[in-house]
Design a binder for this molecule. Sequence first.
Ligand code: IMP
Length: 200
Amino acid sequence: MKFALATANKGKIEEMRNILSSLGIEVVTRDELDIDIEIEETGTTFAENARLKAIAICKLSNMPSIADDSGLVVDALNGEPGVYTSSYGGENLTAKERYEYLLENMKNMEQKSAKFVCNIVCVFPSGKELIATGECNGSIATIPIGESGFGYDPIFIPDGYKKTMAELSSDEKNAISHRGKALNNFVELLRLSKASGECV
Ligand code: IMP
């Protein structure tokens, strides 16, 4: 069974394709399906936004569709930026400008703990839905370091590491990341749902 990926974010596409192919799942992207739409993320939770994206792409592709909604939850900022991580600091900023804005807001904060959260929703043409989550705990760095990954990776130090997510290889990141965990959980749910004979 092939799955459509609802995300248009190149960093996420690369990670999701690598992780899912290592788990035996084949995916096609929106580009490959020629689906060029803007999906408004009007939900107030990661799960709601992921569901909106998965439903929209499932309707257009008529294929089971996997959407990711993810973000950074910072304790000292009362959980911000959370579901608004992709627009943190305003519209039309680069990823670098966004994490610099976050670093500026964290400058005088002693508490640096944070986590990346990922919700995966898969919607099937039958209407069936599978939902999986994953989290990666860590802390916000004082300066950005590293070139790998995307988004806020240069300022996030996963627990148990002395380097940022952007200094890890893609395999190292995928093994501990919120997205890696959520996708592993999703594939487990998919296997259980197939094994129990549920029609997906
Ligand atoms: P959305 O899921 O499309 O709403 O956007 C998620 C936002 O969180 C993006 O702006 C990313 O920059 C950020 N984000 C999500 N996952 C990661 C990650 O693995 N590394 C760095 N930033 C991430």
